[in-house]
Design a binder for this molecule. Structure first.
Ligand SMILES: Cc1cc2nc3c(=O)[nH]c(=O)nc-3n(C[C@H](O)[C@H](O)[C@H](O)COP(=O)(O)OP(=O)(O)OC[C@H]3O[C@@H](n4cnc5c(N)ncnc54)[C@H](O)[C@@H]3O)c2cc1C
Length: 295
């Protein structure tokens, strides 16, 4: 492991001073749970000269539901606290589901959504659900704040739009639309502690007391260099009565957004098949949650 300096500032201002001295991409790396970062440093996959522990900064611990604004999850909030937060339980099933899939109870007690996002793996489980709800990340640094739509955040495996002097301060999830439901499923070869072979989050909005879909959002994990939206599948659903046949068609279309690789976890062909199945299942779960069982 390359030698590094550990700093644990207690204010955003102090963190900004550390970030201002960043010598280039990855020179200063934020640390929350360390469940990705520490092992990556051990094998020299990430070689920061400064590790910036953000857990003592009050703004990073924000966990709040603001009516009209939505959910604010500070970067240092662990998955366990997110899962137990009432607004997450009530309003965002897919986020509730995905945070409970990250590793194990022990991992969830340390790991954060911001770390899942900052690590920027295509397999990140918390990301597809967040994308379907139109989540943004609030980015902070010595040059100020900016908001980035999560679906535009990732630029490649392990890569994102953050500048060397920027970190995530919080994840902001807009309030869910009325009469909406979202769910996330992933496939792994065993029950837990594995990385998704493929993952799908779906979110649909129905016109009141009907099966007519007004909005559909579908996002995929582990089947492209970054998490991706399956826009063609969304278009199949929007403006139409949701039926079992339409859900099957959406599953077929979702594959258009996938450009999977073959690796030890599964072949590209297998992953494409999983996208179809998981899209169908998550859409069926959304309909069921809205009291409109299909097929
Ligand atoms: C046994 C095990 C099982 C796992 N299972 C899963 C799983 O099922 N699903 C899954 O998706 N992941 C899994 N992971 C990966 C990991 O736990 C998650 O990605 C987790 O969410 C990372 O959060 P963290 O707080 O530990 O991040 P850290 O390790 O602290 O950070 C991860 C990366 O994000 C960056 N980062 C952290 N915070 C910020 C910030 N505020 N701003 C900018 N960048 C930041 C860090 O610099 C680092 O590069 C697993 C890991 C282990 C060890």
């Amino acid at each position: 492991m390359k030698p590094f300096t550990y700093v644990a500032p207690t204010s955003l201002q102090e963190a900004h001073q550390v970030l201002a001295r960043a010598k280039g991409p990855g020179d200063v790396r934020a640390l929350v749970g360390g469940s990705d970062l520490i092992d990556q440093m051990r094998v020299n996959r990430r070689t920061p000269s400064v590790v910036l522990d953000i857990k003592r900064i009050p703004e990073m611990k924000r966990l709040e539901w603001v009516p009209g604004e939505g959910l604010h999850v500070g970067a240092a909030v662990c998955c366990t606290d997110t899962v137990q937060f009432a607004a997450v339980v009530q309003n965002y099933s897919s986020i509730h589901e995905s945070c409970q899939l990250v590793g194990s109870t022990q991992i969830q007690n340390r790991a954060s959504m911001a770390g899942n996002i900052g690590n920027s793996a295509p397999s990140a489980d918390t990301v597809p659900g967040l994308i379907t709800f139109g989540a943004k990340v609030l980015v902070t640094g010595p040059r100020g704040h900016r908001e980035v739509l999560l679906e535009s955040f990732f630029t490649g495996p392990g890569q994102n739009v953050l500048a060397p002097d920027e970190i995530i301060q919080e994840v902001i999830v807009p309030p869910p639309p009325a009469n909406s439901s979202g769910h996330y499923l992933r496939f792994i070869p065993r029950n837990e502690m594995d990385i998704a072979v493929a993952g799908v989050a779906s979110m649909i909005v129905l016109a009141p007391r009907t099966r007519r879909c007004t909005t559909a959002r579908i996002a995929l994990a582990s089947v492209a260099p970054t998490p991706v939206r399956a826009r063609a599948a969304e278009a199949v659903l929007e403006g139409k009565e949701i039926t079992a046949a339409l859900i099957r068609e959406a599953g077929e279309k979702a594959v258009e957004a996938a450009s999977p690789i073959s690796d030890v976890r599964g072949s590209a062909e297998y992953r494409r098949e999983l996208v179809k199945v998981l899209t169908r299942r998550t859409l069926g779960m959304c309909m069921e949650s809205l009291g409109q069982k299909v097929g």
